[in-house]
Design a protein around this ligand. Structure first.
Ligand code: BGC
Length: 923
């Protein structure tokens, strides 16, 4: 054979090297337990999640490899000297558990994930790290010998203390320093004159009889060999200050305590420890009072700048005492599970008005939760400026604080007489839009006050915009209520003397919260830990979590509608995050909860809380209509059994799944016997009954449409027409019960109604957060005459979910958690001409953006890499008329990455892979 022939033959036999376009495949958002870098990890092995990116349509991950290493250099070199998962053929990018050898405490691990797409392109994440928390404490709980303060006292609470210790660090190269610290109370630590972090209200609220959280701070940059000092300010917080209307000193004697352990590592392997002990010194200091509800008071004349530096002379200070009266939870120290409370935004006033010789009224234009930073100029020494906070004004335009009940919500600052002085409280928070300022010297310039917005720093994940500004505001109001009430605990309200973790409020709001924010850590890690602490031995969960005095159940008032948050939250967090660990962690608790309700008739004692009174001038109702109770309780039992089945199935617990299927089936039959009356009618014949029965699939298939029609009729005929008659339980479900059963127009009529009672009635009256009651403010803008009347309660804000999922059009697929698959099906109705919903999901950004115009209908969709979506496009005829112009204008049926599934009920349904799509239907 000639050499030429051989060469040709060889060339012909050679596999063609794939000619691949340059790939932009990437790995982003690689997180450990929800954080890019996690300092102070504890409570179980780390959980890895990442997202992949690519512009090529239909990109999938085909395999991944995780490496965990002892140094970043090892990670960069691709060596997993701690754990190497090896290449795992999998499309999973969420909730991958660590499977290496046991991790050491107080140790930093570095990691990265490598990912391959379906064409073999490879990408690696940036290196991340996680550092395990302390597990062995040598520190002593210390305290100041504070005055006794009775449980019912109001006003400045003087049990504030400053604690300090100067110490000398030996010479050498400091490579790492950590402060592990906590308090029974709330605290703020400084080293050498600098705060250790920007946290507020650490260690957060848990039931201190069960568990106390501690913080881990990286203070390497704060220290140096030689003279150093640590200073801590300690206040009462939830431990010894006011909680709800039950008074102070709930968890013990009322003396706040501090525990801290500073560990300093040297390059040569030495470890120096400075722990809280009896050598520390203490004084009350300039903060003359602080309480979460009553406010904070600061006398700058007693301030001693530099008190947390080594040079400060503390000779006149007292010796600390050991805190010995510890609640049981002080022996169960756990790393803080959620993000810290922080200042998340700063807002200037929108107006300042003089209201008398000595008084100004400042309006921030936004109801919010936080404090005000004060800037005083040219005040005489000893001048006291007082700030009173409130959500509303009375009919004559003065601050109205009647809805705060007993909470004093008053701060004050006494000047030292400098030209310019600035102060912000650190150990209180208020729910407010207005601040009444008394005693400010001269005219109060707007720059004198800045609102500091406080809350647990959960990442916000959504954006909504439409041609109806009122709807945009409504969604914003729900988000503001989330931000204000997610503060260490998910509370009902942030302003009055209540601020409790009411389970029912969260039960109805959690699915919305999981769209508006990344709640994995706050609800999944932190609050579910609180639930497990508070669960009764019989499996029952109470009406509030944490439950400080056992006043709200479990034993007194079992309420399945409220306490089912114990099922809703793990389910919802799993659905949003795609991480099944949250389900596994609470599986025993959820099973025990179900057992409790299997053994007794489901019941509710609160019912459909806060339905609107027919006349807005009437006192708002709290307790829902008692005739709905049995229906609601049975409905929630079925729903819980359904969710347990889904979670069990996903977790591979097949026997348990079967049991819950049976349980749900029997409970559905019981529900039908008790409440379904044929022809789609329910007993009682009330809006909430239909909303719940349709949402939880409690009606035979052939009765659903009729039931939805009946709901539409009730809504149409209620009050003046198109009125809600629903409370906390019915309201979040009523729109979907209409729109999912061909009553889209009725749903929009109801949503866009702005007469009392309706969502937009609140907006029309200037609401900037969600109200507890439909008649929160009267038509003149003043508070409706009721003491229980919060203007910042998120339950009715659950409607923001419908707005994102139906009007925006992004619907999760419950079978494919973590947005692995979702549906895009905007409901373009109700006079809204355009809307867009954007969600930062665990797979990447999902967008649905549509507009109606004279030219037709346009829908832009973004599907993150490694996800797929079913897109519904309204069409009156041939689906081939639908164009897809994202890459080049072609009929959608021929577009890359788009497959026509079929046409049904005036909609073409397309299955699409990842990518950006632009569908157009001409008029
Ligand atoms: C709270 C509600 C709560 C209700 C139940 C109220 O005081 O503010 O949000 O769910 O009590 O009784």
């Amino acid at each position: 054979m000639s050499r030429l022939l051989v060469l040709l033959l060889v060339l012909a036999l050679l596999p063609l090297a794939p000619v691949r376009a340059q790939s932009d495949y990437g790995v982003v958002a690689a997180t450990v337990n929800g954080e890019r870098h996690y300092l102070g990890l504890g409570g179980g092995d780390p959980v890895f999640t990442w997202a992949v990116t690519a512009t090529r349509r239909g990109t999938r991950q085909r395999a991944y490899r995780i490496i965990v290493a002892s140094s970043e250099a090892q990670v960069t070199a691709g060596v997993g000297d701690v754990w190497d998962s090896g290449r795992v053929a999998s499309t999973s990018t969420t909730g991958i558990g660590y499977e290496g050898p046991p991790l050491e405490p107080r140790t930093r691990y570095h990691w990265a994930v490598q990912s391959w797409d379906d064409e073999g392109a490879e990408a690696t994440s940036l290196p991340g790290w996680f550092e395990t928390a302390l597990d062995t404490w040598t520190a002593t709980w210390i305290a100041r010998d504070v005055p006794e303060v009775g449980p019912t006292s109001r006003g400045p609470d003087p049990r504030i203390s400053q604690l300090r210790r100067a110490f000398t660090l030996p010479a050498g190269e400091i490579i790492r320093a950590r402060l592990y610290a906590t308090a029974l109370g709330v605290y703020r630590a400084e080293l050498n004159g600098r705060p250790v972090a920007d946290d507020r209200l650490a260690p957060g609220w848990t039931d201190y009889r069960d568990r106390v959280q501690f913080q881990t701070y990286d203070v390497t940059g704060h220290l140096r060999p030689g003279a150093n000092a640590i200073g801590v300010t300690l206040a009462t917080g939830w431990y010894a200050g006011h909680i709800s209307n039950i008074g102070k000193n709930t968890y013990g004697s009322g003396t706040p305590g501090f525990l801290g352990q500073l560990e300093v590592a040297y390059a040569d392997g030495r470890l120096e420890t400075v722990a809280s002990d009896l050598s520390w010194r203490t004084v009350q200091g300039p903060t003359t009072g602080a309480d979460l509800q009553d406010g904070e008071h600061f006398d700058a004349r007693a301030d001693t700048p530099g008190w947390t530096t080594a040079d400060y002379d503390d000779a006149t200070w007292e010796e600390v005492v050991e805190k010995t009266d510890l609640p049981a939870g002080a022996a169960v120290l756990v790393p803080q599970a959620d993000q810290p409370v922080r200042v998340t935004q700063r807002l200037p006033p929108v107006s300042v008005e003089r209201r008398g010789d000595d008084t100004h009224l400042v309006d921030f234009g936004q109801n919010l939760v936080g404090v005000a930073e004060l800037r005083v100029t040219d005040a005489d020494r000893g001048t006291t400026v007082s700030l009173r906070f409130g959500e509303a004004l009375d009919a004559s335009g003065d601050l109205d604080t009647t809805n705060l009940r007993a909470a004093l919500a008053t701060d004050s600052y006494t000047s030292r007489g400098d030209a310019v002085e600035e102060w912000a409280p650190a150990f209180t928070f208020h729910g407010f839009r207005y601040v009444e300022v008394t005693g400010y010297p001269g005219d109060l310039p707007p720059s004198a006050l800045t609102a500091l917005v406080l809350g647990t720093d959960v990442p916000l994940t959504s954006a909504f915009a439409s041609t109806d500004e009122r709807l945009d505001r409504l969604v914003a109001n729900a988000e503001w209520s989330l931000r204000g009430n997610f503060l260490s605990v998910p509370t009902d309200c942030p302003q009055r003397d209540e601020r409790m973790g009411w389970t029912g409020d969260l039960n109805v709001f959690a699915p919305t919260a999981a769209l508006l924010a990344d709640v994995r850590r706050f609800l999944g890690d932190k609050w579910m830990g609180d639930v497990r602490d508070e669960q009764g031995p019989d499996g029952q969960v109470g009406l509030v979590v944490p439950d400080p005095v056992g006043q709200f159940g479990p034993e007194d008032a079992p309420d399945i509608v409220w306490s089912s948050a114990a099922i809703t939250v793990p389910y919802t967090v799993w659905q949003a995050s795609g991480e099944l660990q949250v389900v596994e962690e609470s599986w025993a608790a959820m099973t025990a909860f179900m057992r409790f309700w299997e053994e007794q008739e489901p019941q509710t004692v609160i019912g459909d809380w806060a339905p609107p009174p027919a006349d807005p001038a009437d006192v708002a109702m709290g307790r829902g209509l008692p005739e709905l109770d049995d229906l609601l309780a049975r409905a929630w039992f079925v729903r819980d059994a359904d969710l347990m089945n889904r979670m069990a199935t996903a977790a591979g617990r097949h026997d348990e799944a079967r049991r819950y299927i049976q349980l749900a089936q029997d409970a559905r039959a019981d529900f039908a016997a008790a409440h379904v009356r044929g022809g789609g009618r329910l007993e009682p014949d009330a809006q909430t009954a239909y909303a719940v029965a349709l949402a939880f699939d409690l009606l035979p298939a052939d009765q659903r449409r009729a039931a939805s029609d009946r709901l539409a009729a009730l809504v149409r005929d209620e009050g003046d027409g198109w009125d809600l008659a629903t409370g906390f339980v019915g309201t979040p479900l009523v729109l979907a019960a209409l729109s999912e059963h061909d009553n889209v127009e009725a749903a929009f009529r109801l949503l866009t109604q702005d007469d009392y009672p309706s969502w937009l009635h609140q907006v029309e009256l200037g609401a900037t957060t969600m109200w507890e009651f439909w008649n929160g403010l009267s038509a003149d803008g003043s508070l409706h005459s009721q003491l229980d009347n919060s203007l910042n309660h998120y339950a009715f804000g659950a409607v923001a979910r419908w707005i994102h999922t139906e009007l925006g059009g992004i619907q999760q697929d419950p079978e494919r958690a973590g947005y692995a698959h979702f549906t895009v099906r905007p409901r373009a109705a109700g006079g809204v001409e355009a809307a867009s919903s954007k969600l930062a999901t665990v797979r990447g950004t999902v967008v649905s953006s549509w507009r109606h115009g004279p030219d037709g209908f346009a829908l832009d969709v973004t599907v993150p890499a490694n996800a797929t979506a079913t897109v519904h496009i309204p069409t009156s005829g041939d689906p081939a008329r639908i164009l897809e112009v994202g890459e080049s204008p072609v009929p959608a049926t021929q577009a890359t990455g788009v497959v026509l599934l079929g046409v049904l009920d005036g909609e073409a349904r397309f299955e699409v892979g990842s990518g950006q799509y632009a569908f157009r239907v001409s008029a």
